[in-house]
Design a binder for this molecule. Structure first.
Ligand code: FAD
Ligand code: NAD
Length: 465
């Protein structure tokens, strides 16, 4: 077929089939709008399903199983040393985890009547786009939603073209378990995938440019993770930059600050950048900043009245659950509903061992803003459930408004923090007070009690109990 032969008219054209894009398309369909998704890979799921959240969490589960088996020696159960076979591991992730979810989301699309067109979308004006690739066609739309996501940022000033230098996508492909792995970047990906490779047997060296891991995250929460990472990793270099990477043919020579070290592979995880180049935005009224981030308002509207944008392409925080919420908001606004992205919190989780999770106001943000807050902490050393798990290194922390008792922020570090933060997010979003949390019966013995205990300690200190 010649490009342009087929012209399709739809209510909503969604560009990008990741969590932001498919959520928008599904909600459009629910609201009676005809939606089509154009995705470069002709599939729904995006970075999250194929090269992000899901495969990384599957590997972190494997790391957790290995760590649990090792820790069982402490109470007299010895499974021996783990023997990891990469082929079955890759197959399990590809088929039982990613493949299963991929089929599931494709089934939902079919059921809702959302068509998926394979190819790269390029806008031709504010009402039409062309699809380049295997299924060339023109699509005329009443509205479009840009959900093109993000891509890994390269390491500035260092261009080592070598298959030994991996981004997160290559690292998740698990070509092998390198003996010596250099991880550049101590953020989400560096820590999560660094821990995965350490569990599988690599000696991991991590380099972070700033003076602490996970910049911006509450230091009380970081401490247990930093200690655990120091045990798991060969070495962590803070305030250090990698200025050169050189493939010697059999390894990579890396210049870290003033020393040169040799590694078998390198993982570059220094952030992600919005993917808006080549979209033909100049033919529309959509504007992006020099980093490619598309500006949107709280209804996910761009400067072009026909075009919306959601997800990573709209900037930080680049998280799948934010993209999904934005996708639903965009669809509802297009359908004429009074929706807005007016959420108080976007909770965040680093799925390491221990997990770190937070939502809402942090102690440091309150200090910077000169806002008076009360901090209520509960150390997991006093939690019965934590003791039964052999994990007393956790902490639950509440940031509370001293006058009203409202919970403004929650931070949790410890195994399962990623699940526990849901209660914190609900408390902040629903404007609950510490008293509401303290008086709610939490099942015993569970880690969720640590939220109730932290809330109670606020009430006692404030003289309410
Ligand atoms: P994406 O998921 O990036 O999807 C964009 C889609 O658009 C892609 O399919 C792409 O091919 C397509 N596309 C791009 N340009 C075009 C075009 N011109 N035409 C057609 N199609 C196009 N977030 C979490 O919340 N929790 C996690 O645990 C988590 N773990 C992560 C782990 C890793 C290793 C990585 C890399 C990311 C992780 N993230 C996580 C972030 C999460 O993956 C993203 O926030 C999320 O995928 C963003 O969704 P999106 O819909 O904006 O875009
Ligand atoms: P990040 O922003 O989380 O961390 C990047 C780290 O690299 C920072 O600590 C930064 O200071 C450091 N850095 C930057 N330049 C450097 C340099 N030249 N040398 C050494 N260190 C340098 O980015 P990421 O880890 O690449 O992850 C990208 C994004 O993907 C995250 O911000 C997040 O939005 C998303 N993500 C989320 C999850 C999750 O929700 N659990 C997991 C993985 C990724």
């Amino acid at each position: 077929m010649v490009m342009g032969d087929l012209v399709r008219e739809v209510d909503v054209a969604v560009v990008g089939g990741g969590p932001g894009g498919y959520s928008a398309a599904f909600r459009c369909a629910d609201l009676g709008l005809e939606a089509v998704v154009v995705d470069a890979g002709k599939r729904l799921g995006g970075a999250c399903l194929y090269e992000g959240c899901i495969p990384s969490k599957a590997l972190l589960h494997v790391a957790e199983v290995i760590a649990l088996a090792q820790s069982a020696k402490e109470f007299g159960v010895d499974f021996g040393d783990p023997r990891v076979s990469l082929d079955p591991l890759r197959k399990w992730i590809a088929e039982r985890v990613v493949g299963k979810l991929s089929k599931g989301v494709a089934f939902v699309a079919k059921k809702k009547g959302v068509d998926i067109v394979g190819g790269r979308a390029v806008f031709e004006d504010s009402r039409s786009l062309r699809v380049e690739g295997d299924e060339p066609q023109k699509i005329r739309f009443k509205h479009a939603v840009i959900a093109t996501g993000s891509l890994p940022s390269p390491l500035p000033g260092v261009t080592a073209r070598s298959e030994r230098v991996m981004d997160s996508t290559a690292a998740l492909a698990l070509a092998d378990v390198p003996e010596r792995l250099l991880v550049i970047g101590g953020g989400y990906i560096g820590l999560e995938l660094g821990q995965v490779y350490a569990a599988l047997g690599s000696q991991v060296t991590l380099v972070e440019m700033l003076d602490g891991l996970l910049p911006g995250v509450d230091r009380d929460l970081l401490q247990p993770l930093a200690r655990r990472s120091e045990d798991l990793f060969e070495k962590i270099h803070l305030s250090t930059e990698v200025t050169d990477l050189r493939d010697t043919g059999s390894a990579i020579e890396a210049t870290l600050g003033s020393e040169t070290r040799t590694f078998d592979r390198v993982l570059v995880a220094v952030g992600r950048k919005a993917q808006s180049a080549g979209l033909g935005l100049e033919t529309t009224r959509v504007r992006s900043d020099p980093r490619g981030i598309i500006a949107v308002d709280d209804r996910c509207r761009t400067d072009d009245p026909h075009i919306y944008a959601v997800g990573d392409v709209t900037g930080e925080p680049m998280l799948a659950h934010r993209a999904m919420r934005q996708g639903k908001v965009a669809a509802e606004v297009i359908a004429g509903r009074p929706a807005a992205f007016d959420n108080v919190v976007v909770p965040a989780v680093v799925f390491t061992d221990p997990e770190v999770a937070w939502c809402g106001l942090t102690e440091e943000e309150a200090q910077r803003a000169g806002r008076a807050v009360k901090i209520a902490k509960f150390q997991w050393a006093a939690s019965g459930r934590a003791a039964t798990l052999g994990r007393s290194d956790g902490l639950t922390k509440l940031v509370v408004d001293p006058a009203s008792g409202r919970v403004l922020g929650v931070g949790i570090v410890g195994p399962g923090a990623g699940e526990l933060i849901a209660e914190g997010a609900l408390a902040v979003e629903a404007a609950l007070t510490a008293e509401d949390v303290a008086l709610t019966i939490h099942t015993h013995p569970t880690l969720s009690e640590t939220l109730m205990e932290a809330a109670e300690s606020f009430l006692i200190e404030a003289g309410h109990r």
